[in-house]
Design a protein around this ligand. Structure first.
Ligand code: PGA
Length: 249
């Protein structure tokens, strides 16, 4: 069985003080849970403080991005070994905002995933189609390209896929559970073709895009949905705790 994973992507939100405040409030709300993996991805500047306050808890730490070299003259960049140093377990790679605003391509995503694996970090690898691509009937082609190019020559070790339709991110417009299931089952089939059925059956595929306390349980009932990557609704402890406790909603 695949253990569900629910991850908070805070994007460019929260100072160190706000990070500490969130964690102090959030941990008691979820401390009894052991059947779901909980992950928080704060901005780089909050990673060290988050690591300190999450220590010994059932909540893991993720970064939102990394660079593909381990060290060197790359002003402004952060490497896999640096993320390990601040106790990150995961790193998000290929988020659509990185692709859209920072010119990330399937090739740079591929290099970053390789770097994360070299450092022993789990990877939350984001893929998803734009509205235009969906309307043109190209959704499955886009997902296939992002998967094959993003994972080219890499092992499936530590990979978690996040399917995030770009038109659903931060828009309040969620994919229906059926739309998400269709994409997720296609993704699993592609993983099976790339790595074999055993790997495909064990791989977690998260959904992301306007996930909230009131839509998470219907999404999680879909057979190929193994968790969520949550932006806006992860910024408040009670809202994110409700999402993590989706079985009780
Ligand atoms: P959202 O963001 O939940 O605010 O739509 C999700 C994401 O971008 O990971």
């Amino acid at each position: 069985m695949r253990t569900p994973l629910i991850a908070a992507n805070w994007k460019m939100h929260k100072t160190t003080a706000q990070t500490r405040e969130f964690i102090m409030e959030f941990l008691p709300l979820v401390k009894d849970l052991s059947d779901v993996e909980i992950v928080i991805a704060p901005p780089f500047t909050s990673l060290a403080v988050a690591a300190k306050f999450l220590k010994g808890s059932n909540v893991k730490l993720a970064a939102q991005d990394l660079f593909w070299e381990d060290e060197g003259a790359y002003t402004g960049e952060i490497s896999g070994p640096m993320l390990k140093d601040v106790e990150c377990s995961y790193v998000i790679v290929g988020h659509s905002e990185r692709r859209q605003y920072f010119a990330e391509t399937d090739e740079t995503v591929n290099r970053k995933i390789g770097a994360a694996q070299r450092s022993g970090l789990g990877v939350i690898f984001c893929i998803g189609e734009t509205l235009q691509e969906r309307e043109d009937g190209r959704t499955l082609d886009v997902l296939k390209r992002q998967l094959t190019e993003g994972l080219r020559d890499l092992s499936p070790d530590g990979i978690v896929i996040a399917y995030e339709p770009v038109w659903a991110i931060g828009t309040g417009r969620t994919a229906t559970p059926e739309q998400a299931q269709e994409a997720h089952s296609f993704i699993r089939q592609q993983i099976s073709e790339m790595y074999g059925q055993g790997v495909a059956e064990g791989m977690r595929i998260l959904y992301g895009g306007s996930v909230k306390p009131d839509n998470i349980s219907a999404l999680m009932r879909m057979p190929d949905l193994d968790g969520a990557l949550v932006g806006g609704a992860s910024l408040k402890p009670d809202s994110f705790a409700k999402i993590v406790r989706y079985r009780e909603v």
